[in-house]
Ligand binder design. Structure first.
Ligand SMILES: [Ca+2]
Length: 121
């Protein structure tokens, strides 16, 4: 999606983001060393047998640097923010996995429009 202002270790950005944060590959990643850069990636569409959901969990494996941090937001297509995790500069400087939970139901169409917005700060 756009914008894609962060730096990716690969030709595209979404391929560097691992769906399974339990076994993250941090050798391929997206990163930013400039404040106020935004990167947006779409999530995979819902499975064919999707019915309803009661909650969504955003898990992000990442780290800040001494000078820059970032937020990652789970958003609907209409930009409604469902969940946010923050990595604070000069604090979260070691790789860690952070979690935020959205409690609520989403329609199938809403699930298909989900995206993650990364913003450096
Ligand atoms: Ca990766």
């Amino acid at each position: 999606m756009t914008p894609l202002q962060w730096t990716s270790t690969g030709a595209s950005h979404y391929t560097e983001i691992d769906e399974d944060v339990e076994s993250p590959n941090t050798a391929d990643r997206i990163s930013s060393g400039t404040a106020a850069q935004v990167d947006v990636v779409a999530l995979t569409d819902k499975p064919a047998d999707y019915d309803t959901s009661n909650s969504l969990t955003l898990k992000v494996h990442g780290k800040a640097t001494t000078d820059f941090g970032f937020t990652a937001e789970l958003r609907k297509a209409d930009e409604t923010v469902l969940a946010t995790v923050s990595f604070v500069k000069a604090v979260d400087t070691a790789y860690t996995t952070k979690t935020a939970v959205f409690n609520g139901s989403l329609t199938g169409a809403e699930v298909d429009g989900l995206k993650i917005r990364f913003a450096s700060n």
